[in-house]
Design a protein around this ligand. Structure first.
Ligand SMILES: [Zn+2]
Length: 295
């Protein structure tokens, strides 16, 4: 079972979010049919929004979007306070040779020419959007850079996915650690040393590590207290009503064209692949609603 924890490290000196995400990344792979490098790229983004979701309440949502010139082009991942994540990748069939240290080459698949966007939707009003140019294309490093520069919170961020010979996900997980105001430079250095010494998270998860085990490694010599647990899962919030709204937004001319040309429509959710069928009669009903609204 995928799980995330929120913890305090030291004498209330750092907040830490740690997650194991092997199952949800595997589910994402099966939904999107991703090749290994793309599995890792989307998996890292899903892991990070899962972690960021731990800070949300009510109807809030957080999303990471990356637009780049690399072969993947676009990644979008969204998390909510219930531990639900979902995502989308423009080119799922991207697979590159591994990097020199044996990791999946997400940096190469996204490239460094692009932007990372963080969208915070509060469930009302306009969402907040922050952005930063990509620094490495590795996603975790880019998000750390975003937190430091754009939100003014220096952060240690990690996310990793380990893929087996058949493309299956063997391990996935990540963390976000942020110092609280007043934390001394010495303690920050001690934490940084711990993180530098840590083996790859995805490999640890593949060997059975829990979020608590990973937290112990991050907090070695500093101590940690777990404050909250949350189950994480890949779950889409699409529905027939939302598909209908998407059709409604196409406008009159496009709908008439669909009725005349295709005699119906199929709306496919790009997050989960679910298909919603609309007959000629369904489309005519939607069309009549546009017309009444227009009058
Ligand atoms: Zn869906």
């Amino acid at each position: 079972m995928d799980r995330a924890i929120r913890a305090l490290i030291g004498e209330g000196e750092f907040t830490a979010f740690v997650a194991v995400t092997k199952e949800l990344v595997e589910e994402s792979r099966l939904i999107h049919g991703t090749f290994p490098t793309a599995t890792a790229a989307l998996g890292r983004a899903l892991t990070l929004v899962g972690l960021m979701g731990l800070n949300l309440k009510g109807r809030e949502k957080v999303s990471i979007q990356i637009l780049s010139e690399g072969p993947i082009r676009e990644i979008y991942a969204q998390g909510d306070p219930e531990g639900n994540v979902r995502g989308f990748i423009r080119w799922p069939d991207v697979d590159l040779p591994p990097t020199s240290d044996g990791k999946l080459n997400v940096e190469g698949a996204l490239g460094r020419r692009g932007m990372l966007y963080v969208l915070r939707d509060f469930g009302y009003g306009e969402p907040y959007m922050g952005m930063i140019p990509l620094k490495s294309g590795g996603i975790a490093t880019d998000l750390a850079y975003y937190f430091t520069i754009s939100e003014g919170i220096p952060s240690a961020v990690a996310a990793g996915v380990l893929v087996g010979k058949k493309g299956e996900v063997l391990g996935a997980g990540g963390f976000i650690v942020q110092p609280l105001p007043g934390t001394s430079e010495n303690r920050i250095q001690a934490l940084e040393e711990n993180i530098k010494k840590m083996p790859q998270i995805s490999r640890q998860v593949a060997e059975g590590a829990t979020p608590e085990d990973i937290l112990q490694m991050i907090a070695q010599g500093l101590g940690a207290v777990v404050l909250a647990h949350k189950q994480l899962q890949y779950r889409c919030s699409c529905s027939r009503e939302r598909a209908e709204r998407a059709l409604l937004s196409l406008g009159e001319a496009e709908l008439i064209d669909m009725i005349d040309r295709d005699g119906g429509a199929e709306v496919k959710c790009e997050f989960c692949g679910r298909k919603y069928q609309f007959s000629r009669a369904d489309l005519e009903l939607i069309l009549s609603r546009i017309k009444t609204r227009g009058n």
